[in-house]
Design a protein around this ligand. Sequence first.
Ligand code: NAP
Length: 279
Amino acid sequence: MKIGIIGLGLIGGSLGLDLTKRGYEVIGVSRQQKTCELAVQNQAVTEASLDLSILAKTELIFVCTPIGAILSTISKIIPHLSPNTIITDVGSVKSAIVYDATKLWANFVGSHPMAGTANQGIEAAEYNLFENAPCVITPFGSTNHEAVKKVSQIWEAIDCKIYKATPEIHDQAVAWISHLPVMISSNLIDSCINDENKDVVSLAQQIASSGFRDTSRVGGANVELGLMMAQYNREQLLSTLKKYQQNLNLITDHIEKENWQKLQEILTNTQKQRPKFID
Ligand code: NAP
């Protein structure tokens, strides 16, 4: 099976590495010659080009560009494709993409692999990024069932665990577990560096270790991605931010009033609940 990948960055490049390793023929498209050369050299793709017409030979195409470029990229590849070609994307938001993409191309299925690192570009691509990672497929009423099956099979072939959800449920869930954490994590770093006592900031920077590493990681990662999460999942992110602020006020209130019993109840409950999200 010939598979196309547009956008040979962290996700597109890593996908290519796992697919070529499993014997798929992978055709890559990038906007830069040096990315094409590196992708071929690293075996992330079998061949690569700046020219979208190279995708005419493919049966399934993964659009792995930044969120803001996904729809325009689909419009640009359509003139080169045969009607049976399936297109999917890897964007971290789904409602803003899936409905318009399906209007452009009936054989479109939205996907979102829940895997990543803090790095960007083809240099950041790595093998086994998707191993045991959840991948959410977001069909809705008019989505082609065969296309859903084929896209799911490819993600499963690189060891993803498939979940299906509507684009709306996906966007609400990722607002909680991915987009809100980026904003909280960024705010943590921002609040800390803006402490008025520079000696405190200086010592904090020198002694920060595992706890700060865990809680600040996503706030110190891909800026473009964080911005697009907010722009393209704005309503859901705002809703979670407001609920989070209310809850934070409650915790602040308990501490101000020295209501340790209530604080203990919250901490005991979150300790019990965390394994339901992360093993
Ligand atoms: P990335 O490393 O920056 O890769 C994106 C690649 O797309 C770039 O290397 C670039 O390659 C190309 N590109 C950039 N702007 C473009 C444009 N305007 N038009 C066409 N191509 C463009 O980013 P990524 O982390 O792989 O993210 C790609 C997609 O994966 C996003 O839609 C994101 O939502 C999704 N995603 C990311 C993560 C994550 O944690 N990083 C996780 C799951 C899903 P060239 O310059 O060589 O063309």
